[in-house]
Design a protein around this ligand. Structure first.
Ligand code: FAD
Ligand code: NAD
Length: 476
């Protein structure tokens, strides 16, 4: 029995897994008084991922892009329960989720079960490593706040270690070689931020390493940023050249050790050769993989047997092969790219769907009550029948929910030296733009997308602070 949670037995238990883009946009628009809403996530905050690359160098401080989930739930009309825990197992037959508090402090109760009537899986994805040896052990990833903090610490550790007394020239070269694997937007934005940090700050504070710091971006495909238009790919590649970031395309990393990256390079004539690059910092950004809890759920649903990249959903985001499980964002396969834009529109759609479902259930029960009345009080039957008809009309209107439709607003990426690229959908057309003005557009767009006014103010202060005083090079 759940003594802490006074759930209303007349309402359904709506369980939401995750506090990322999909879950939070659902929560924001959901009329919580219609359900017993329970949110479960190992992270008690929402993270504004578009500015995460800026946290790796201190352009933006990490707390400026976090919003406590409690600040979201406390403004809801009806109480929302939050459990800081990881969902480890979903049982679609018993309609139960196993949850595990894996934080440092555990109470006597740290593993338990939560029953659901309706479930939304919004747990995102984990980092893809493709089973490449050494990646898990030696790379830094860039998905969560802890990753950004770890990278920030290691950049300065490499720099300080490179300037250590009697360091050999080869070791200095290795330590100051920053390797980024994956030329998608995460890798490109991080490489740009890192080069900025070096050009604008590190170089000034530690001039003796000026000609030794080097950023290399490795991509298996023939070009970086494959989702952007050709013109912007070329603009990014030429900007990186100016910034002195080396791009190695058609280069697939095959093995990683604690000090080297081994990659297969395909020459223009198709010949393949292996190369070994010593590194000081390695950031691995090769996209998404399915989380174990999602994989396990997929294995329990026969209709999911052909799905590889996540939970296949229908046009109402219902997980195929189930009736009461929905999925949004990076863990769902709905035919869209795994982006924040898609996840947040999916979350908002589910909020509308659930609000409507609750409304129609309420009307259905009113119709039921009126129909019972009709049999009892024969005298007012005409008035009651009229009322029923009006309710039925309203019900038909409400039930006419259109399937989920994604509206693409465009893609943007920061590429360093105060330049950005953007493919924007505007007035039914597309336009591609890159440069300094696009950078201002990028900044204002991301600022407007920030979760709260508090986040917006903090981010602006961080931008001003790093511009005025330089980024902080202390290693904490
Ligand atoms: P997430 O936002 O990842 O949230 C998943 C949530 O589930 C988290 O709260 C997590 O703690 C929780 N969780 C994990 N495991 C469990 C579990 N077992 N049980 C319960 N909860 C769990 N997209 C854009 O559109 N524009 C951008 O500019 C952009 N920039 C990005 C920059 C970076 C560095 C990264 C990494 C991604 C970026 N993206 C961007 C992609 C975007 O962040 C994702 O597509 C988006 O976060 C997906 O939302 P989601 O809700 O599916 O997952
Ligand atoms: P991604 O999947 O977009 O890119 C990963 C890249 O790594 C691919 O180009 C792939 O070819 C390459 N790769 C894979 N294995 C490799 C190997 N062994 N060696 C070398 N290269 C290898 O991943 P991402 O950049 O992390 O982005 C994930 C999602 O988040 C995408 O949908 C993206 O659009 C979104 N995102 C968007 C933004 C933005 O809009 N600014 C920023 C970050 C992420």
């Amino acid at each position: 029995p759940d003594d802490q949670f006074e759930s209303d037995p007349t309402k359904k238990n709506l369980v939401i897994l995750g506090t990322g883009w999909g879950a939070v946009s659902l929560l924001k628009k959901l009329d919580t008084e219609n359900y017993n809403v329970i949110v479960i996530s190992p992270r008690n905050y929402f993270l504004f991922t578009p500015l995460l690359p800026s946290c790796t160098t201190g352009t933006v401080e990490h707390r400026s892009i976090m919003e406590p989930i409690r600040s979201i739930t406390r403004h809801k009309k009806a109480a929302v329960k939050f459990y800081e825990a990881e969902a480890t197992n979903i049982d679609p037959d018993r309609k139960i989720i196993l949850i595990d508090d894996n934080s440092d402090i555990k109470g006597a109760s740290s593993k338990t079960e939560v029953p659901y009537d309706m479930l939304v899986v919004s747990v995102g994805a984990e980092n893809a490593t493709f089973g490449i040896p050494g990646v898990k052990e030696h790379s830094c990833f860039l998905k969560e706040i802890g990753d950004a903090q770890n990278i920030r610490k290691r950049i300065m550790d490499c720099v300080e270690t490179a300037t250590f007394k009697d360091q050999s020239p080869e070791e200095v070269k290795r330590l100051l070689h920053m390797v980024v694997v994956g030329g998608g937007p995460t890798g490109v934005e991080f490489a740009g931020e890192l080069q900025d940090f070096f050009d604008q700050d590190i170089k000034k504070w530690i001039p003796e390493i000026s000609d030794k710091f080097k950023v290399t971006l490795i991509e298996a495909l023939p070009n970086v940023l494959p989702m952007f238009s050709k013109q912007l790919i070329e603009y990014t590649e030429s900007t990186f050249k100016e910034e002195k970031i080396t791009i190695m395309t058609k280069t697939a990393v095959k093995k990683v050790t604690d000090t080297t990256v081994e990659a297969e390079v395909t020459a223009p004539d198709g010949k393949k050769t292996m190369t070994t690059m010593p590194y000081g910092l390695l950031v691995w950004a090769t996209g998404n993989a399915v989380r174990p809890v999602v994989k396990d759920l997929m294995s329990k649903i026969p209709a999911q047997k052909d799905s590889r990249r996540g939970l296949a959903v229908n046009e109402y985001l219902v997980v195929q092969g189930t009736k009461d499980i929905w999925a949004t964002g990076d863990c769902a396969v709905a035919g869209y790219a795994p982006t924040a834009q898609v996840a947040s529109q999916e979350g908002a759609f589910l909020a509308r769907l659930f609000n409507t479902m609750a409304k129609s259930e309420a009307i259905e029960s009113q119709i039921y009550d009126l129909s019972s009345n009709l049999n009892v009080k024969a005298g007012d039957s005409a008035a009651v029948a009229k009322e029923i008809e009006a309710h039925e009309r309203q019900l038909r209107r409400i039930k006419d929910i259109k399937p989920f439709h994604y509206t693409h607003q465009g893609s943007m990426a920061y590429i360093g030296s105060e330049r950005a690229v953007a493919d924007v959908s505007w007035l039914n057309g597309n336009f591609a733009t890159g440069g300094g003005l696009t950078y201002l557009f990028w900044r204002s767009a991301y600022l407007s997308m920030c979760f709260s006014t508090r986040n917006r103010v903090l981010v602006v202060i961080d931008w001003l602070k790093s511009k005025t005083f330089g980024r902080d090079v202390s290693r904490e």
